[in-house]
Design a protein around this ligand. Structure first.
Ligand code: ATP
Length: 241
């Protein structure tokens, strides 16, 4: 279980402090699939970075299974069981896809074992397993390789920042299946930042962040109809409907 208690995050801007995350509190229950959504610039990626330990909150506490992890960095949080997939994945020159999956898994798994994770994300394993994780990979390929490494880790909490970004229409359904399988087979919590209705649709819970604050949080069946209703209201205002 992940718990955020009165978490705020400020950055300096023009000699003042700009508050990006404003006194946020919520709980992500064990084993639940939660999607964080909301308008652009609302603070979703910042929140994901605070959870992963890439950024430190200005105030407040982050607890993982009751233990305070606020002061821990990304490596220490990874050891405690948090995985994080970047919105724009990092490239690792000189490291092969096989090396990366073995590092993620934490053991020297066989090539066929590593290939299994690549197949799950829709990549033809034999074409990718020996390739370097460098600039020769496309954005979408890199994104899928990163998702494969998170699958290989199989941790208590997996955080994905807009996993659909750069994934083509034909592979999108495969991505949905990846998350559904992960939810069924990995008994940890999944936290996904997404704007995609099809990802929102497979969530247990939806959390909406607007202008640095939680504006809604609850079961998908309660929140999604409201979100879809409000988006059609915007379209009517815009005269597009
Ligand atoms: N280090 C920083 N310095 C100044 N402003 C920042 C910094 N990091 C984030 N911001 C600002 O904070 C706000 C929230 O950014 P964030 O990337 O978390 O939004 P988001 O909800 O993930 O947006 P999107 O849906 O467009 O990806 C934005 O206005 C952004 O410009």
């Amino acid at each position: 279980m992940l718990e955020l208690k009165n978490v705020s995050f400020e950055v300096p801007e023009e000699g003042m402090e700009k508050e990006i995350i404003k006194n946020i509190s919520f709980v992500i229950p064990e084993g639940k699939f939660t999607v964080i959504t909301g308008p652009n610039g609302g603070g979703k990626s910042t929140l994901a970075k605070l959870i992963a330990g890439i950024q430190k909150p200005t105030s407040g506490q982050i607890l993982l299974n009751g233990q305070d992890i606020t002061g821990l960095d990304i490596t220490e949080r990874a050891r405690r069981g948090i995985s994080y997939a970047f919105q724009q994945p990092v490239r690792f020159k000189g490291v092969t896809v096989l090396d990366l999956i073995r590092l993620a898994k934490g053991e020297n798994i066989s090539i066929s074992g590593a290939c299994e994770y690549l197949s799950q994300v829709g990549l033809c394993a034999k074409d990718y397993i020996s390739r370097e994780v460098n600039a020769s990979l496309s954005g979408g390929e890199l994104k899928r390789i990163e998702i494969a490494t998170v699958l290989a880790r199989g941790t208590k909490l997996s955080v994905f920042d807009e996993p659909e970004a750069g994934i083509d229409l034909w592979s999108f359904q495969n991505l949905i299946q990846v998350f559904e399988n992960m939810h069924r087979e990995v008994h940890g919590s999944i936290l996904i930042i997404s704007h995609q209705e099809r990802i929102l649709n497979i969530a247990d819970e939806i959390l909406v962040i607007t202008d640095g604050e939680v504006t809604s949080h609850g079961p998908k069946d309660e929140i999604l109809p409201k979100l879809l209703g409000s988006s059609s209201a915007v379209n009517i205002c815009d005269g597009r409907k």
